[in-house]
Ligand binder design. Structure first.
Ligand SMILES: *Cc1c(COP(=O)(O)O)cnc(C)c1O
Length: 436
C-alpha cells in the first residue's frame, strides 16, 4: 500500500530531528537551514516538492557527469536489476564486472591492466595506499611506508586517506591517529620552483617513501586549485627514478571534468595506480575502482599470504558495473568530452567576467570547472560563499561553496542554453551579494 507523500515542512522537520548531514555544522543547520527538498531530477535540473526547478550547477557533488536520470543509464540499471541485483565477487564473477574491467583498461592510461573494485572514492584511494604499503614489504623494502601528498589535497574520508588530506579543518580532529604523510605545495612560485623545493626536501628520502598521491591538475575539495601539467609530469619522472609509486586520484577529475577524459592525459603520463569514482557510475550508484599496473599486481603473486586481503561486501556490484559500462558507451557514442570544449570556453569566459566584480578574485577554470574566491578570504569556514549560493538558489540554481570559493561543476553534457543560464545566475548572485 502506498503512503501519502509528506509536504515540505513535515519532511524538513523529520530531517532536522534525525538526519545528521555530511560536512554540516548541525547546530546552525537545525536553527537556520532551509534545505532544498528535492523530489525528482532530470538532466541538469532538480525539482523540489513544490514544483520549483533548480539548475544543478554542482552535478550533485560532482557525480552526475551525464546529468540526472539519463534514460540510457536508467534503462541499463533496470535491465540489470531484472536479471540480478547483486552477488559477491568472492570466487564468483559476472559479465558486468568482467567486461567493465576490460573496457576500463582499454580507456585507461597505458600500462594499467588490473581493476580492483570498491564502492566509493575514499576506499578507492584507501585500496591504493594499502597496495603501496604491502607491495614494498613484499618486495623487500619494508622501510618504504611514508606518503607524500599535496597541500590542500583531498582524497576522502577513511582514516587512512585522511592522513593524505591537506585541508586543516578536516584533519585536525584526527591528527593524532594519522599515518605519516609529507605535504608539498605544487603552487609555490612557478612549477619549476615548486618542484625543485620538493626534490630538495626528498633528496635521499626515497627509501622511506611508499608513494606520492595526487589529484591530477585540479584539486577539488581543497578549494578548486589548478596546477600545471608540467608539475605532474615532473612528479612522474621523479617517482619513476626514485622507485616510488605514483598514485593518481581521478575520482573528481576523471570522466572529462578537466577537458580530457582523464586529467593525466594532459600531462601525458601513466601512473602506477589510478583511483576512480564519482562520475564512474554516472551518479547513479556508489561505485569505485583502483587500477594497477601489471608490475604492481605481480607483487601480490606467489605464496598465499602475499595476497591483498582486502575487499568490500559490494565489490564489483552488478548494478553499478552495468551502469558504468553504459556510461563509457555514452561518452564514446556522444563524444561527450569533445563536445564539452565550447562549454569549457563559456565557463572560462564567465570566470574572467566574474573577476572584474569588486570582492571577487583568484579566478581559475579548467575544462568543466570554474571557480573564484569571494570576500576577504577566511578559508573553508568563511561565510561569503554561502551568501552567494543562497542568492543563486533564489534565482533557480543549486551550487555549493567550498568556504570562500564559489564554483560551478555542472554535468559535462549540460546543454549550452542551460549552461548560459547557470553562469548568468552565478554572476548576478556575485553582484548582488558582493557589490550590494
Ligand atoms: C570526492 C573525492 C574522494 C572521495 O570520494 P567518496 O566517494 O566521497 O568517498 C576522493 N578523492 C577525490 C579527489 C574526491 O574528489
Amino acid at each position: 500500500m502506498g503512503q501519502a507523500s509528506l509536504g515540505r515542512e513535515e519532511l524538513v522537520a523529520l530531517d532536522k530531528q534525525h538526519v545528521w548531514h555530511p560536512y554540516t555544522p548541525m547546530g546552525r543547520y537545525v536553527a537556520e537551514a532551509d534545505p532544498l527538498v528535492v523530489q525528482s531530477a532530470s538532466g541538469c535540473w532538480l525539482e523540489d516538492v513544490d514544483g520549483r526547478r533548480y539548475l544543478d550547477g554542482n552535478a550533485s557533488w560532482w557525480v552526475s557527469v551525464l546529468g540526472h536520470n539519463h534514460p540510457r543509464l536508467v534503462r541499463a540499471l533496470r535491465e540489470q536489476a531484472e536479471r540480478m541485483c547483486h552477488v559477491s565477487l568472492a570466487q564468483v564473477t559476472h559479465e558486468p564486472a568482467a567486461r567493465l574491467a576490460q573496457e576500463l583498461v582499454a580507456r585507461a592510461p597505458s600500462g594499467l591492466s588490473r581493476v580492483f573494485y570498491s564502492d566509493n572514492g575514499s576506499t578507492a584511494v584507501e585500496v591504493a595506499i594499502k597496495i603501496c604499503l604491502q607491495y614494498w614489504q613484499q618486495v623487500g623494502y619494508p622501510r618504504k611506508r611514508r606518503f607524500i601528498a599535496l597541500s590542500d589535497a583531498f582524497h576522502g574520508e577513511t582514516l587512512g586517506v585522511t592522513a593524505l588530506g591537506g585541508v586543516e579543518v578536516f584533519r585536525r580532529p584526527f591528527a593524532s591517529a594519522l599515518m605519516e604523510c609529507l605535504h608539498v605545495s605544487p603552487q609555490r612560485g612557478g612549477y619549476e620552483q615548486a618542484f625543485a623545493a620538493l626534490e630538495a626536501e626528498l633528496r635521499g628520502a626515497a627509501d622511506s617513501i611508499a608513494g606520492v598521491v595526487v589529484e591530477p591538475l585540479l584539486q577539488g575539495a581543497g578549494g578548486m586549485r589548478v596546477y600545471p601539467a608540467e608539475y605532474l609530469r615532473a612528479l612522474r619522472e621523479w617517482t619513476r627514478r626514485s622507485h616510488v609509486f605514483l598514485v593518481v586520484d581521478e575520482v573528481f577529475t576523471g570522466y572529462g571534468r578537466t577537458g580530457t577524459f582523464w586529467a593525466c592525459e594532459q600531462a601525458a603520463i601513466s601512473p602506477d595506480l589510478m583511483c576512480i569514482g564519482k562520475g564512474f557510475s554516472g551518479g547513479i550508484l556508489p561505485m569505485a575502482a583502483t587500477l594497477a599496473t601489471e608490475s604492481v599486481f605481480d607483487g601480490f603473486l606467489g605464496a598465499d599470504e602475499r595476497a591483498l586481503f582486502y575487499g568490500h561486501t559490494y565489490c564489483g556490484h552488478p548494478l553499478g558495473a552495468a551502469v558504468a559500462r553504459e556510461v563509457l558507451r555514452i561518452y564514446e557514442e556522444e563524444a561527450i568530452v569533445e563536445r564539452s570544449q565550447p562549454k569549457a570556453e563559456m565557463i572560462a569566459a564567465a570566470v574572467e567576467r566574474w573577476c572584474q566584480l569588486p570582492g571577487v578574485s583568484e579566478g581559475r577554470s579548467l575544462g568543466m570547472m570554474g571557480a573564484v574566491r569571494v570576500g576577504a578570504g577566511h578559508g573553508y569556514l568563511a561565510r561569503a560563499g554561502w551568501r552567494v549560493t543562497a542568492a543563486a538558489r533564489r534565482r533557480g540554481a543549486y551550487i555549493r561553496p567550498l568556504g570562500d570559493v564559489v564554483y560551478v561543476t555542472p554535468p559535462i553534457n549540460i546543454p549550452d542554453p542551460e549552461l548560459e543560464q547557470l553562469l548568468g545566475i552565478v554572476e548576478e548572485s556575485l553582484r548582488e551579494e558582493l557589490v550590494g
